[in-house]
Ligand binder design. Sequence first.
Ligand SMILES: N[C@@H](CCC(=O)N[C@@H](CS)C(=O)NCC(=O)O)C(=O)O
Length: 215
Amino acid sequence: MPSFELFIGNKNYSSWSLRPWIALRQKEIPFTETLVPFDFENGNPKFRDFSPSMKVPVLKDGDLTVWDSLAILEYAADRFPEKGLWPEEISARARARAVSAEMHSGFAALRNACPMNMRRPVEVLGVDDTVTADVNRILDVWTECLERSGGPFLFGDFTIADAMYAPVVSRFATYTLSESPVFQQYAAALTGTGAWQEWEKEALKETWYVAEDEI
Ligand SMILES: N[C@@H](CCC(=O)N[C@@H](CS)C(=O)NCC(=O)O)C(=O)O
């Protein structure tokens, strides 16, 4: 029986939940999933029962509670060193941490203007210069990583860096933010994984409606 219990929000909208979920699934780390939707105007009061930050994702491992998507991924890497959640080689590992941290702390313009919404029909969204700057920086990150590693994932094999950028791949597709071959190539690798397909299939079945994410 898995000892990991991962609390997530709505699969259609919860970009932060997708990060640890796709990494655990892709690396075949067993876990049970508890989905607690946030389709309430002021959040879901049930979050109080399991989340110190009142946000998802949260991981429970026995008595331990880990909140925040990147902290959960780091903990999984510590618990399962044999799974290659970070690249093996030290400088690749440092760069994978840098691009993951950059995603975790940056790209606010893109995040705010283009919420993850897998169910939304694909269409072109007009965006301002701040969003375009975020899109261009992300394309540069992908280009550099894929050129160095040779792909198909940012550091060759799937790592935490791919989990961190997965929600952005969804946003790029939904709002047609780029037609660059680098995006097409990277999106094909990520969306081709069984883990992505399983998440997306369940996301598309959901009926919760979160007004603030329906731009
Ligand atoms: N920095 C946190 C952010 C988590 C976060 O903002 N989660 C959103 C869902 S994607 C949430 O729980 N929203 C519910 C709320 O704020 O009421 C992480 O990386 O886990």
